[in-house]
Write a protein that binds this ligand. Structure first.
Ligand code: NI
Length: 271
């Protein structure tokens, strides 16, 4: 089984002590690709540095709604410059976050989000969208940018919203919360989501799935998410892992990953 974690913050301080050790262990656990997102210019740079140092890592660069207070033209220019690097595969994570009262004002978040969507369109890059308690506005803003493609990371909207996004070509990302006992909407969302539009993510170091809930998360927990989605979708975990692998390769333009599993370095599942 080969796994693609399309959202893992290995540039986070939570991995400072043992980052090299952990990243070294991932391919042996079947995690053969992962996207490391930035949340501001600095973390976008560290995401890129990791991606340039580790062949199986890729970077996304962007200004997160929670971290965009006071951002200036210079920040947008820095993100634009980073997008030229070969291992940058997306703009993200970007979006809207109305959860924290101290976050930047909504209008400012909208401006930052829109500007990065325009950049993605101009550079023909997919986006990774963070939508926390801002479903209506996120949907309205992406609908106003036809042609934009990407993933709603850790999707938490309704099945109706999922259908609107799917009809426009979006992918939906699923994380640890699908394994929580109180996951009520997620099975309904997964039911309306075709297998070829599902991505699996850890959002490491956050949101560990059951049975590791509450501990630091990393991509080795991905199988718990894959298994739950496979159960809901009526496929085997192997089929879910392979489908989400191919979906990640497709969305992020990583054609070299989409070949047969037998041709990569982890062909041990092959008979
Ligand atoms: Ni994240």
């Amino acid at each position: 089984m080969r796994l693609f974690d399309t959202h893992a913050h290995y540039n986070d301080g939570a991995f400072r002590e043992d980052r090299t050790q952990l990243l070294t262990a991932l391919p042996a656990a079947g995690v053969l690709a992962a996207v490391v997102p930035g949340v501001d210019v600095e973390s976008s740079r560290t995401a890129l540095a990791l991606a340039e140092a580790w062949p199986f890592l890729y970077a996304a660069v962007g200004l997160h709604p929670e971290d965009c207070a006071g951002c200036t033209d210079a920040d947008f220019d820095a993100i634009r410059a980073l997008c030229r690097r070969e291992k940058v595969v997306a703009i993200g994570e970007i979006g809207l976050d109305y959860y924290w009262a101290e976050n930047p004002p909504k209008e400012f978040q909208h401006m930052v989000f829109r500007r990065q969507l325009e950049l993605a369109l101009e550079l023909d890059l997919p986006v990774i969208v963070h939508d926390r308690e801002a479903h209506g506005d996120c949907l309205e803003i992406v609908k106003a940018s036809p042609g934009i493609r990407g993933v709603f990371h850790c999707f938490s909207g309704s099945p109706e919203m999922a259908e609107e996004l799917l009809a426009r070509g979006w992918y939906l990302g699923f994380d640890g919360p699908v394994t929580y006992k109180n996951a009520r909407r997620a099975p309904e969302v997964v039911a309306v989501t075709p297998l070829e539009r599902i991505l699996v993510e850890t959002d490491a170091p956050y949101m560990s799935p059951v049975p590791n809930r509450g501990r630091r998360n990393d991509s080795r927990n991905l199988p718990y998410i894959v298994e739950k989605l496979a159960e809901w979708k009526g496929v085997t975990p192997e089929e879910m892992a392979e489908a989400t692998w191919q979906n990640g390769a497709q969305l992020f333009g990583l054609e070299h990953l989409s070949g047969d599993a037998g041709t990569d370095i982890c062909g041990k599942d092959r008979v």
